[in-house]
Design a protein around this ligand. Structure first.
Ligand code: BES
Ligand code: ZN
Ligand code: ZN
Length: 518
């Protein structure tokens, strides 16, 4: 999709449709409608007919008069001005984009005026521009590559334009567009990987997709095959893979690997390309969803791609253990004991708690990079979905400052995270009589005991700051969100990009204030 920004007024814009944002507040609403009257002489009637009030997410579609270039005008509500958020721009833009797509609009413009009384932009215009484009682009995503009879391919929106009458603002918007395009493409890439069925995305092909991205954008990739994984002693990954006819892979991605003096951040993504549960097999209802059990891996690959394209000044490492979890005569069985990378042993009480087994090796391995922070993303537990549903990611960690930063990034991007406790009392639930730790912790607090299992693999002598994000509910959507269809959401990409961008800022601020203190 083409993303553009031009200097233009509402009247002049050359597009199939143009959208304006209005507030619900009575006085402003009236002013705005009075202005829009120039283009639609019976606008009050239309509004009355459609019961349009400028409430959140409302969209009014109208056919314009001669006085305006675009043949169609969308008026969309932002709700009350005092409670306006960036998220509302995403949602309003998404609502318009979906309407426009239905109406076979190909070129859709959004009016971001500050001068003509249409909209008073309080927030940073770059943030608003980004939110509008995110809402529009991400809401139009569809996983339809396997549908052979496409309804009408030609009717898709091919260009989204932002207009403003002020040249300087247009330049600001244009700068944002480049970055926003990269972010949206990374999100949709992660969605594509997650939604792809397991006969398309299995460990080898997942690694291949990552390699295509790495080769295209210039980040480093190393792929370990089964022999190398055996030599390195990734016992968890091998145990989970034991029942599968396809080989496992361990994927290492690296951005800015050669630069010295940059902070190292490690991202770890659960890459279970299909989770049947193994010998502790899942019920068949809903099992198909488990093709998305590599959503953590998808988020890491998407984030790596965007980080490279945006040239963010950090040393970013992505680590992805990838395997299927299947039952067979060679599969791991309940009661088996695994020796993980680093030497810690675990007792397998339930083969369906496989994510933590493959992550354990990698959490131990990550310390070799001497990271400033390690963040893992995993569709780890159904218990997290029970606790938080699909509107918040479960967050655990050993460093409050790191979690505060992620929380802020979550609020800004609306990929919200919510901290759950790692109190010591929970640890005894995963005590094993025969190994160092057991892979399940009983009936209660399943998301917490899973996080505790992971925590135990951070090497004591090389401890690092760590956050675990349980994205089981947010990555696999049972219901569509305003700008994400049902299925793989690509969650984590926008959150992490925002986090990584602010990492740089935090560092610079710290430096500035340290110098000021001298
Ligand atoms: N991949 C699942 C978790 C999951 C469930 C993700 C629902 C998304 C939606 C994970 O491997 C799993 O099966 N966890 C078990 C753990 C249990 C056996 C302790 C679970 O949550 O039921
Ligand atoms: Zn499982
Ligand atoms: Zn799983």
């Amino acid at each position: 999709m083409k993303l553009t920004a031009y200097k233009s007024t509402l009247r002049q814009v050359k597009a199939d449709a143009v959208a304006v944002f209005v507030y619900e507040d009575k006085k402003i609403f009236k002013e705005q409608i009075t202005y829009l009257k120039k283009f639609l002489h019976n606008i009050e009637q239309i509004i009355e007919l459609e019961h349009f009030k400028g409430k959140k997410d409302e969209v009014l579609s109208t056919i314009t008069q001669k006085k305006i270039n675009a043949p169609r005008l969308y008026i969309t509500g932002l709700g009350e001005r005092s409670s306006l958020t960036l998220e509302q721009y995403r949602r309003s833009a998404a609502a318009v984009a979906k309407e426009a797509q239905k109406a076979k609009v190909k070129h859709l413009a959004f009016d971001l005026q500050t001068t003509e009384g249409i909209i008073n932009i309080d927030n940073d215009i770059r943030n608003i521009a980004q939110a509008i484009v995110e809402g529009a682009v991400l809401s139009l995503y569809k996983f339809d590559k396997y549908i052979t009879e496409k309804k009408d391919n030609r009717s898709k929106i091919s260009e989204v334009t932002l207009i403003n009458a002020d040249e300087k603002r247009v330049r600001e918007i244009q700068k944002t567009l480049k970055e926003t395009r990269v972010i949206c493409e990374a999100v949709n890439f992660a969605r594509d990987l997650a939604n792809a069925p397991s006969n398309e995305i299995y460990p080898e092909s997942l690694a291949e997709r990552a390699k295509q991205s790495a080769d295209r954008y210039g980040y480093r990739i190393t792929i370990w095959d089964k022999r190398k994984i055996e030599r390195e002693g990734f016992g968890g990954l091998l145990a989970v893979n034991a029942g599968s006819a396809t080989e496992p892979r361990f994927i290492i991605l690296e951005h800015n690997g050669r630069e010295k003096n940059l902070d190292t951040i490690v991202l770890i993504g659960k890459g279970i390309t299909f989770d049947s549960g193994g010998i502790s097999i899942k019920p068949s209802t809903g099992m198909a969803e488990m093709k998305m059990d590599m959503s953590g891996a998808a988020a890491v690959i998407g984030t790596m791609e965007a980080t490279t394209r945006l040239k963010l000044p950090i040393h970013l490492v992505g680590l992805i253990p990838a395997t299927e979890n299947l039952p067979s005569g060679s599969a791991m069985k309940p009661g088996d004991i695994i020796k993980h990378y680093g030497g810690t042993t675990s007792e397998v009480d339930n083969t369906d708690a496989e994510g933590r087994l493959i992550l354990a090796d990698v959490i131990a391995y990550a310390s070799a990079f001497r990271p400033k922070a390690v963040i893992d993303l995993a569709t780890l537990t159904g218990a997290c979905v029970v606790a938080l549903g699909q509107h918040a990611t479960g967050m655990f960690g050993n460093d409050e400052e790191l979690m505060t930063k992620l929380k802020a990034a979550g609020e800004k991007t609306f990929e919200r995270v919510w901290q759950l406790p790692l109190y010591e009392e929970y640890e005894k639930q995963i005590k094993s009589d025969v190994a160092d730790v057991k892979n399940v912790g009983g009936k209660w607090a399943g998301a917490i005991t899973a996080a505790w299992f992971l925590k135990k693999f951070i090497p004591k002598d090389q401890e690092y700051k760590w956050v675990h994000l349980d994205i089981a509910g947010t990555a696999i959507l049972e219901e569509a969100l305003p700008y994400a269809p049902k299925g793989g959401s690509g969650v984590g990409v926008r959150l992490l990009i925002e986090f990584l961008k602010s990492w740089k800022k935090n560092k610079l601020l710290a430096k500035v204030s340290a110098e000021a203190d001298k």
